[in-house]
Write a protein that binds this ligand. Structure first.
Ligand code: GLY
Length: 351
């Protein structure tokens, strides 16, 4: 496994359940990039408007998420902040209200259920909303909890974790049943050689996001604030266990520049406070992360030709949501390919 983010670690854990011996190579520290930075919105309602492969994957992953979290928490003993809290999308102008309604109509036909909600009854938000749409199926998870749990679960399942070991080149090796490329926004930098030829990989583009969090401890926190996720245009607010509200997120094409831009963070804080006035004039902390974008907006979850190399990257805004379904698909593919090669897996991923 190349990449120790939520995708790589979920696949490693899934493979280990079928008895495979798995080694995860991570260029930095496990779970320190997008899986650490992500807000943890599991929100087809906020993210999807087309009936495409991404939609099918997202709906399936949303369906299996409760089981994934429950099993991971049980296997690791780590408590995971996962809540099927729902989400409100808000509109403050006639044109936003029209967009909200037509999106909801389209999504309802696709299978993403939402219903109109009285905008004046959404707790804590700025007065004057003209429309609100409630998405009961949207959920949140703390990805940092998931990563802590995956580290424990993988270690217990004898997955070998090798941190600070970047892999720059991969060639098919017959002693492995599979090599998975799951290095997020860095995936297409790995050189892949098959039968002596350099293979070009699907492109992945780093898309920086700034996020901020407000710690409301001791500040007259109202637990109803953001109990349900709130969205308006490009701003979203969600609550973590305890007294933390996370606000996201920018969408920036600036390569791998991870510097926090104080002005951008300030604008995000202003948008958050405009949407939820209780967040005005509060301190916040800011961070950045790199979403792995693809030119067509679809993730790469596939075998590279008929080789033993598998691609699991390009999840863009939905890596946290898509982790369980990606793990199932890649692990099933490797197990099946491996058994067709006449060496059934109990033997393990590594032969
Ligand atoms: N999934 C939300 C984001 O990427 O900002």
């Amino acid at each position: 496994m190349i990449g120790g983010g939520i995708i790589g670690m979920s696949i490693a854990w899934q493979l280990s359940k079928s008895g495979a011996g798995v080694t995860v190579f991570e260029a930095g520290r496990v779970g320190n990039e997008a899986s650490w930075a992500g807000a943890g919105m599991l929100a087809p309602g906020g993210e999807l408007s087309e009936r495409d492969r991404l939609f099918d994957l997202a709906m399936e992953s949303q369906r299996i998420y409760p089981g994934y979290v429950a099993e991971l928490s049980r296997e690791s003993g780590v408590a995971i902040d996962y809540r099927e809290c729902g989400a409100f999308s808000l509109a403050y102008s006639e044109s936003e209200a029209e967009d909200l309604r037509s999106l909801a109509t389209k999504q309802n036909l696709m299978g993403i259920y939402s219903e109109q909600f009285s905008p004046g009854r959404v707790p804590g938000v700025r007065a004057g909303a003209l429309a609100a749409q409630y998405y009961p199926g949207d959920a949140v998870v703390n990805p940092r909890d998931l990563m802590r749990a995956l580290v424990v679960a993988c270690r217990r399942a004898n997955v070998t974790l090798r941190e600070l070991e970047p892999i720059r080149e991969v060639a098919e090796r017959c002693e492995f049943d599979g090599t998975v490329l799951a290095a997020g926004a860095w995936s297409d930098q790995v050189k892949v050689v098959i039968a002596g030829d350099l293979v070009s990989l699907p492109t992945v583009i780093p898309v920086r996001g700034h996020l901020i969090s407000f710690d409301l401890t001791g500040a007259g926190d109202d637990p109803a604030l953001c109990d349900v996720m709130v969205r308006h245009n490009h701003t979203y607010l969600l609550r973590r266990w305890g007294n933390t509200i996370v606000a996201g997120a920018t969408t920036e094409h600036c390569g791998f520049d991870r510097a926090i831009d104080g002005r951008v963070a300030e604008e995000l804080a202003a948008s958050a406070a405009e949407l939820m006035p209780a967040l005005s004039n509060r301190g916040y902390s800011a961070w950045t992360g790199f979403r792995p974008g693809t030119p067509g907006g679809q993730p790469c979850i596939e075998r590279l030709g008929d080789s033993s190399i598998w691609l699991a990257y390009g999840h863009y805004r939905n890596g946290i949501l898509l982790a369980p379904v990606t793990a199932q698909l890649i692990a099933a593919g490797i197990n099946q390919a491996s058994s067709q090669m006449g060496s059934p897996l109990p033997a393990g991923l590594r032969r």
